[in-house]
Write a protein that binds this ligand. Structure first.
Ligand code: FES
Length: 245
């Protein structure tokens, strides 16, 4: 084992027994802090109330950049256990679980870790499936379960209750998670960081011209600073492609 990697693993092992959950997130090698950005209603620009979210609905917002889409989902059940995950390069990291008063709200980058499929106004091949669907798992067996993020491009399936863990298909690593900070007084959320393997550099490079047209701006990699609009995925895209094995 390379020395750098060994030191990294030792550091995370020490953190796991000494740090608070909040510090654990920050000790992650794969924790990338960005601006604290409020999730707001696209029409009123007021903070979206957590209590107004519909369980099982897929919501979309952009973070940490103006053109990088993310999913927000209220899974309808508390997700309190942390998940230990690994990037395609073998870097281990920890996901802290759900946010909100019921710890049931999760958010992930909506850029597939395989070939970067992502929601666009014309079509989305990657979607959250709250009901039961069939898919081929990592052992190439047919599995049926509810509550998965399914990319119909080449059938990568992710578990949003376990940090975006890959359940099946060719994706080489979990979806990058978005850290949500819950403001109990306002009953609202802020996006504050990403946790996991980011795909943003490749995304900007692959889709630059289309993103410039779609967002009607050349600075598609500009970081958000104050607010981001949260809307239903069905309001953002005309065509959500569903699939199953
Ligand atoms: S791009 Fe998502 S499975 Fe290939």
């Amino acid at each position: 084992m390379k020395r750098r990697k060994f030191v990294k693993l030792c550091a995370s092992a020490v953190a796991s027994v000494t740090a608070s959950p909040e510090l654990l997130a920050r000790d992650n090698q794969q924790y990338h802090r960005y601006a604290r950005v409020a999730l707001v209603d696209p029409y009123s620009s007021e903070p979206v109330r957590a209590s107004s979210l519909e369980v099982g609905e897929t919501y979309l917002f952009h973070y940490p950049f103006v053109s990088t889409p993310c999913f927000l989902i209220d899974l309808g059940k508390p997700v309190t256990s942390r998940s230990n995950l690994e990037t395609r390069d073998g870097d281990r990291y920890r996901w802290q679980g759900g946010a909100g008063s019921n710890y049931s709200v999760v958010a992930f980058s909506a850029i597939c870790a395989h070939k970067l499929s992502h929601p666009a106004p014309s079509v989305s091949f990657i979607n959250y499936q709250h009901g039961e669907v069939r898919f081929r798992n990592s052992f190439d067996e047919i599995e049926q379960r509810s509550g998965v993020i399914y990319c119909c491009s080449e059938n990568s399936v992710y578990d949003p209750a376990h940090g975006g863990l890959v359940l099946g298909g060719p994706a080489p690593q979990p979806l990058a998670a978005i850290e949500l900070e819950y403001d109990a007084e306002q009953d609202s959320f802020y996006a504050t960081a990403t946790i996991g393997g980011e795909m943003f550099a490749r995304y900007f490079s692959h889709f630059h011209d289309r993103l410039v047209l779609q967002h009607a701006r050349t600075d598609i990699d500009r970081a958000l600073t104050d607010t981001t609009k949260l809307m239903r995925l069905s309001e953002y895209t005309n065509n959500q492609v569903g699939c199953q094995a």
